[in-house]
Design a protein around this ligand. Structure first.
Ligand code: SF4
Ligand code: SF4
Length: 378
């Protein structure tokens, strides 16, 4: 038994602030990123540390609203607020920030964030299967490689990229393995535990140790008996906008009301975990481009893989109901909710879309709506 606990994952963020500070003093470079389309492999190949910067706290939003419109997704405002207030140590230590042209709000925010710290933008196509747009995406991967070499003063070889690809392929496999534990009935992890383990990954300075932690955690759980009380809880799948610690209010309400978020399809959850780089290709850049373009974010049009993934997850995780979380003013997820609802209704289980922000002002109404769904499946 290794005795890796959920708390060990929770502590990753804090522990790595100290490690990054020490690393910076010794010349280690840090690259901040805001989206799962950013190829972490290239950052590792440049011998730098990739860190996730998406804002998941309400506190910086007031400062952000001095510049950004109030009617904007809270994730964007929180991210910008941390930057403008210089209150996120990971942003503070980042030598370079990478953004992508995903949703309108984010890409226009990046233009303004560039005044605080240089933001390098990857031009992400919004369609996955056109030869012309795929060629653009491959060239964007090559442009990022060159940018990292120049900005961090390193040479990135193909061998460096293949080595990083192996690290990330293994890490994704291990994270998927932990997520898949909740296919068991009863599920071993509560929604908050699952979120803590999966979300904390983006703050590590050492992906190999993290992979070992994930695998040891999964080994331990597979050997343990799961509390039978979990068997009686409605099994909820959460989809929609990204969620992190600080914005877990919907997951917490489900847990508090006696349900269990057994799976999260969003991009802080399962959305990227099945995607592996194809190591049989000759060119590692093409392998990266092929993997990342498949991510089923609602900024893609059309976005068929999200439906296919949800369809499978509902079956694999024996889901009783789907909750689709939309952050206020996130138009792409809000509109795509129509298609998701149709899919879930065809699967003959309840569907609930919640549009909310990072505040606690609507907690009572969220509770009423979530309770109604849980009652339908109890
Ligand atoms: S929801 Fe889409 S745009 Fe937002 S972080 Fe995830 S992949 Fe990127
Ligand atoms: S939640 Fe929606 S609006 Fe907010 S950053 Fe992600 S895609 Fe953009």
């Amino acid at each position: 038994m290794s005795n890796i606990t959920v708390e060990d994952f929770f502590n990753i963020r804090q522990e790595n602030i100290i490690k990054i500070k020490e690393g910076k003093e010794n010349g280690t470079k840090v690259v901040g990123l805001y989206c799962t389309y950013c190829p972490e492999e290239l950052i590792l190949a440049a011998n730098a540390i990739p860190v996730g910067l998406c804002g998941t706290k309400e506190e910086p939003i007031t400062a952000a609203e001095e510049t950004l419109p109030r009617n904007l997704c809270p994730l964007i405002k929180s991210s910008y607020g941390f930057a403008v207030e210089d209150t996120c140590p990971f942003f503070h230590f980042s030598d370079l920030i990478i953004g992508e042209t995903t949703c309108d709000g984010k890409k226009k925010m990046f233009e303004i964030m560039d005044e605080i710290k240089p933001v390098y933008i990857m031009q992400l196509p919004n369609i996955q299967d056109l030869d012309t747009t795929f060629a653009l995406w491959v060239s964007e991967m090559r442009r990022l490689r060159t940018k990292l070499e120049e900005a961090l003063n390193v040479k990135i070889t193909d061998e460096d990229i293949w080595a990083a690809i192996e690290v990330i392929n293994n890490e994704r496999k291990a994270a998927k393995r932990v997520s898949d534990l909740n296919q068991m009935d009863p599920p071993p992890l509560s929604g908050e535990e699952l979120l803590t383990v999966i979300w904390s990954r983006s703050f590590t300075t050492d992906k190999v140790s993290l992979t070992n932690m994930l695998n040891e955690f999964a080994d331990d759980i597979e050997k343990q008996a799961v509390a039978e009380t979990n068997a009686k809880k409605p099994r909820i799948l959460l989809t929609g906008c990204p969620v992190g610690l600080g914005t877990e209010k919907v997951i917490k309400i489900v847990d508090d009301l006696g349900g269990n978020v057994v799976a999260m399809e969003n991009c802080t959850g399962y959305k990227t975990l099945e995607l592996q780089n194809d190591t049989s290709l000759a060119d590692p850049i093409e392998a990266l481009a092929r993997k990342y373009i498949q991510i089923p974010c609602s900024c893609m049009s059309p976005n068929p893989y999200r439906l296919e993934l949800l369809d499978r997850m509902i079956d694999d995780f024996k889901v009783d109901a789907v909750i689709d979380l939309t952050w206020q003013a996130c138009h792409t997820y809000n509109i795509e909710a129509y298609t998701i609802q149709k899919l879930v209704r065809e699967k003959e289980i309840p569907y609930l879309q919640l549009e909310t922000d990072y505040s606690t002002s609507d907690i009572e109404s969220l509770k009423v709506r979530i309770e109604a769904v849980l009652e339908m499946v109890e």
